[in-house]
Ligand binder design. Structure first.
Ligand SMILES: [Zn+2]
Length: 212
């Protein structure tokens, strides 16, 4: 065994023992069902453990993470996750969760280019930034970054509202709400961006609304 794996597997054994001690049926119950009510789309940042942040057990959150929590209409990965979550798992909530100080957002603000693929990946964030630029004048570097982190979440909520599988679920009267949250790594607190959308009418209004 590679020496780097040893402590991880030892930790795993201890963790599995602890979980079983707390509830002898824990893993059997989890193995039999996968019925999460939440789809979490978050940043790959290592400091963002999805279900832990919201106090939910692993079986309760279906998770997708990528750099800067982007939902891109040409990304088969995120689209298939959303499709599966909505159509098969019937999740009731899709949560886009960004965070202040996001490396992906800051890379989009930086004059230095990111590594090639990352530079390509964060292109939408650069677009949000150039669109917002006039309203960001006079702000400090940190304020601009914080604002762009929030806008980036809002834009992904907007992108999700455009996805046919989401629109179809709403047409069919399924219970499904798309939310935007942002996390502060410095104090561990999640903030609601107050953009929960539960139907096509509200989505349309939201899509048309100009972001300031
Ligand atoms: Zn991030």
């Amino acid at each position: 065994m590679h020496p780097a794996l040893k402590p991880l597997l030892e930790n795993n054994r201890r963790w599995a023992d602890k979980m079983t001690a707390q509830n002898p049926q824990h893993f059997q119950t989890l193995a039999k069902q996968h019925t999460p009510k939440y789809l979490w789309i978050g940043c790959s940042d290592a400091r963002m453990p999805a279900n832990e942040l919201v106090g939910l057990a692993p079986g309760e959150v279906f998770v997708h993470r990528n750099i800067a929590n982007l939902v891109n209409s040409s990304d088969m990965n995120v689209l298939s996750v959303i499709e599966y979550a909505v159509q098969v798992l019937k999740v009731e909530h899709i949560i886009v969760n960004g965070h202040y100080g996001c490396g992906g957002v800051n890379a989009a603000l930086s004059p230095q280019p990111a590594p090639d693929m990352v530079e390509h990946w964060i292109r939408p964030i650069k677009k949000y930034h150039s669109r917002l630029r006039p309203s960001l004048e006079g702000m400090s570097e940190k304020e601009v970054s914080d604002k762009l982190c929030e806008i980036n979440v809002i834009e992904q909520v907007r992108n999700i509202c455009h996805i046919p599988v989401v629109q179809k679920a709403w047409q069919e009267g399924e219970i499904l709400t798309v939310h935007g949250l942002i996390y502060n790594i410095e104090d561990g607190i999640l903030h609601d961006l107050d953009i929960s959308i539960s139907d096509n009418e509200t989505a349309e209004e939201f899509v048309l609304r100009k972001i300031k």
